[in-house]
Design a binder for this molecule. Structure first.
Ligand code: FE
Length: 190
């Protein structure tokens, strides 16, 4: 190959390399823009659903679809609350919590349990001998395979855990809850 042609070939290759790098940079920029654009509607939808939830008075039921819950719950919360999942014992947020305060539904914010009714059941899950009020939780009409009865938040229907009849006095009940289904708020001064 003549020298001039070789030189021209080298220049051509360098030019093609620059063009390819430019094209690659443009493609990466486009991909970043697309991913940002796809995140924006999700954030907007999360904010919209949160606002919708906050506008519902506490004494009214919350009836959201699972698709709506997905926007405002973490993966772990969704698994427990909406898919009836169970978290691991001794490896969850509140099994060993002894502070004074209120445990709210992690989905809808309904007050569910007071720390006054919490006790150490030895199971590794947060356990209570009674809900904070008679209408805070609802129970399934049949026992589950574990021998307990499924307990849901009475306001939003989300799964919380199970109740068993081996609890302490005075109720004799053990509300065995998932930490992921709860949000603990410490009492002022604690
Ligand atoms: Fe709830």
């Amino acid at each position: 190959m003549p020298l001039t042609s070789s030189f021209e070939m080298t220049m051509l290759l360098k030019h093609m390399l620059r063009v390819n790098i430019t094209v690659l940079a443009l493609l990466l920029a486009c991909a970043a823009l697309v991913s940002c654009d796809s995140a924006k509607p999700n954030q907007a939808e999360s904010a919209r659903i949160r606002t919708k939830l906050e506008a519902i008075p506490l004494d009214q039921k919350v009836q959201f679809t699972n698709d709506e819950w997905k926007y405002i719950l973490t993966g772990c919360q969704y698994y427990v609350l909406r898919r009836r999942g169970t978290e691991l014992p001794f490896a969850n947020a509140y099994w060993h919590t002894h502070e004074k305060g209120i445990y709210f539904c992690a989905a809808c914010g309904n007050p569910l349990f007071s720390s006054d009714a919490k006790y150490d059941s030895g199971t590794g899950w947060p356990s209570f001998w009674q809900p904070i009020g008679g209408d805070a939780v609802s129970a399934a009409s049949h026992s589950s395979f574990s021998g307990g009865t499924e307990i849901m938040c009475a306001r939003c229907g989300s799964h919380l855990g199970h109740v068993f009849d081996d609890g302490p006095r005075p109720s004799g009940l053990r509300y065995c809850m998932n930490s992921a289904a709860l949000k603990f708020v410490k009492a002022v001064g604690n």
